[in-house]
Design a protein around this ligand. Structure first.
Ligand SMILES: Cc1ncc(COP(=O)(O)O)c(C=O)c1O
Length: 400
């Protein structure tokens, strides 16, 4: 084999299995009905839960800040890449999340990787790090898994949301100098919620500390969309709250919210903060505007839930398996990978965009088309989508 020819068999194999991902290109704004690969479709695939990606206040904030501050931060954050607007965003987030302090990163994936690695590092005693334990829900997001892989901590997995199993793992881990329990808040492939209240009780009992990845709870759960910690009323008890500004907040970025010593520590130890340029000022300004919208336009949040309830009721009435979702994420679980991809393809031809999700993103035998409705979908768009889903699922024998 010459050069990079060794990469090709993998790609050929994906094509043979019918699961090669031809990345779709959106040729319009990220709206409930949009143009994808030249076709007008009802979009059930974005994470733009509240429609803020096209909200006029965010667009205006981004344009104004760009005019004032320019397009780039100009340096990594600890050198001179932290502008007043970045500080303002961190402070705004801390206030919104009801914590002492927050620190933004350029993406959610950077926030997870950087903070998990830093927290499970001991700059004063490297020898101890191998004794640390990190206990992770089996369905946690890839960016958590990546973060954990960057550490020397012992990795332990508990069965999805299974508190008896978590207790068993904690029992086995007694005596470790640091024990971190980490979970997604809302699981992005199933739409179910981690029982943070029960996890907190177990953590307290065993002297562990807690971290949540709230990428899909942010803007969705809790008062004004304050997230899963707020949903469970755990302010001041839950240790580390990671969120993303890239999904419901419509823009880009990730952050860690918690105590002042946590963010101070990350400023000195988190590599994506230390060695990566800060957000363009326009992005920081749009994120600030997004939080303003969450606080001042609660009707958007209410509309999201109304649409989610309407759509999920429709899917269930069609006789589809949508698992245990209790959020706006609704998977249409079909099992077989090829069938899930076929369903996504046929739906697209009918003008509905739901992306096929297969192993390794979900377990084998659990392939699905994942749908997410937003606050900005109209009832007409949702009814259109339900009609097409019913028609295509019947034609594929998924429902009778
Ligand atoms: C649960 C979860 N955590 C983290 C991320 C990463 O966030 P970002 O897109 O801001 O990098 C994602 C995005 O897919 C996610 O779903």
């Amino acid at each position: 084999m010459a050069g990079l020819d060794f990469l090709q068999p993998y790609l050929d194999d994906l094509k043979a299995k019918g699961i090669y991902n031809y990345v779709k290109v959106v040729e319009s704004a990220q709206t409930p009905t949009c143009i994808v690969n030249g076709k007008k479709v009802v979009n059930l695939s974005s994470n733009n839960y509240l429609g803020l990606a096209t909200h006029p206040k965010l667009k205006e904030a981004m344009i104004k800040a760009t005019e004032k501050w320019g397009v780039g931060a100009g340096a990594v954050r600890p050198i001179i890449g932290t502008m007043t607007i970045h500080k303002e965003l961190d402070e705004k987030l801390a206030k919104f999340k009801k914590v002492e302090s927050a620190l933004t990163f350029v993406a959610g994936i950077a926030a997870n990787r950087g903070s998990i690695q830093a927290i499970l590092t001991n700059p004063l005693n490297k020898d101890e790090e191998g004794e640390y334990v990190v206990i992770s829900d089996e369905l946690n997001h890839a960016s958590i898994i990546d973060g954990v892989r960057l550490t020397k901590a012992k990795r332990k997995i508990f069965k999805h949301k299974d508190m008896a199993d978590l207790k068993k793992v904690l029992e086995e881990s007694k005596g470790a100098p640091r024990i971190m329990i980490i979970t997604d808040g809302v699981f992005s492939m199933d739409g179910d919620i981690a029982p943070l209240d029960k996890i907190y009780e177990l953590a307290k009992q065993y002297g562990a500390f807690t971290m949540v990845d709230d990428a899909h709870g942010e803007g969705v759960l809790g008062k004004n969309g304050r997230g899963t910690v707020d949903h469970f009323g755990l302010h001041g008890k839950w240790d580390i709250d990671m969120g993303t500004l890239s999904k419901a907040l419509g823009c880009l970025g990730g952050y860690i919210a918690g105590t002042k010593n946590l963010t101070e520590y990350l400023i000195h130890q988190a590599r994506p903060f230390l060695f990566s340029t800060g957000h363009p000022p326009g992005v920081a300004a749009a994120c600030i505007a997004a939080i303003d919208v969450l606080e001042t336009e609660p009707e958007i949040h209410a509309r999201l839930w109304e649409n989610a309830d309407f759509f999920k009721k429709g899917l269930r009435q069609l006789g589809l398996d949508i698992g245990e979702t209790v959020t706006p994420i609704a998977p249409i679980i079909v099992g077989e990978e090829r069938k899930a991809m076929e369903l996504a393809k046929k739906l697209f031809e009918e003008g509905v965009l739901g992306v096929g999700i297969v192993f390794p993103t979900v377990a084998r035998g659990k392939a699905r088309v994942r749908t997410i409705v937003t606050a900005t979908h109209t009832k007409e768009e949702l009814t259109f989508a339900l009609d097409k889903i019913g028609k295509v699922c019947k034609s594929l024998g998924i429902i009778k």
